[in-house]
Design a protein around this ligand. Structure first.
Ligand SMILES: Nc1ncnc2c1ncn2[C@@H]1O[C@H](COP(=O)(O)OP(=O)(O)O)[C@@H](O)[C@H]1O
Ligand SMILES: [Mg+2]
Length: 143
């Protein structure tokens, strides 16, 4: 059984009388430990697929299974737990809290997860030891 499986997943958005088919019958499988890249033209539905996989959007139809659990059946509370404990997600526009420093941003996340790593040590490990007290606006995109 695959670690991640999308089966015939559709996500339709209704805008007035128009229906936008952001994802229309998406099926794929990813094995545990596999490094996977999703490629496609602008508007193809990549962000829509990642938002559904990350528990931030839900399917119109079809099925998403992650680690043997049918995530596509989850309602708000279960989705919150899934986002909190099961998924790591780096946003295209970071979603850092602008008036908190780098270390404070990491500490915020460690407040809500089980068995968190040490925030300072983790920043050191990714080469940001000298940047901990900087605010997001003072960091480069990559940092
Ligand atoms: N919340 C939304 N409401 C209406 N249309 C949306 C919404 N999100 C995405 N779309 C539309 O769905 C399609 C796929 O968008 P998206 O997943 O962002 O594409 P990609 O990330 O591949 O560029 C686009 O036509 C986009 O305009
Ligand atoms: Mg996108």
């Amino acid at each position: 059984m695959s670690f991640v499986r999308f089966t015939d997943v559709c996500r339709y958005y209704t805008m007035g009388n128009n229906v936008i088919k952001a994802a229309n019958g998406v099926s794929f499988a990813i094995e545990k430990g596999e490094f996977c890249v999703i490629v496609g033209p602008s508007g193809a539905g990549k962000t829509t697929v990642l938002n559904m996989l990350g528990g931030m959007d839900s399917v119109t139809s079809g099925e998403i299974v992650v680690d043997g659990v049918k995530v596509s059946d989850f309602k708000e509370k279960k989705l919150t737990e899934y986002r909190r404990y099961d998924v790591g997600f780096v946003f295209q526009f970071y979603n850092l809290i602008q008036n908190l420093t780098a270390i404070e941003n990491v500490e915020i996340a460690s407040e809500i997860c089980k068995d968190p790593l040490d925030a300072a040590k983790t920043l050191e490990e990714v080469g940001l030891a000298d940047r901990m007290k900087n605010f997001p606006a003072q960091l480069s995109g990559g940092e």
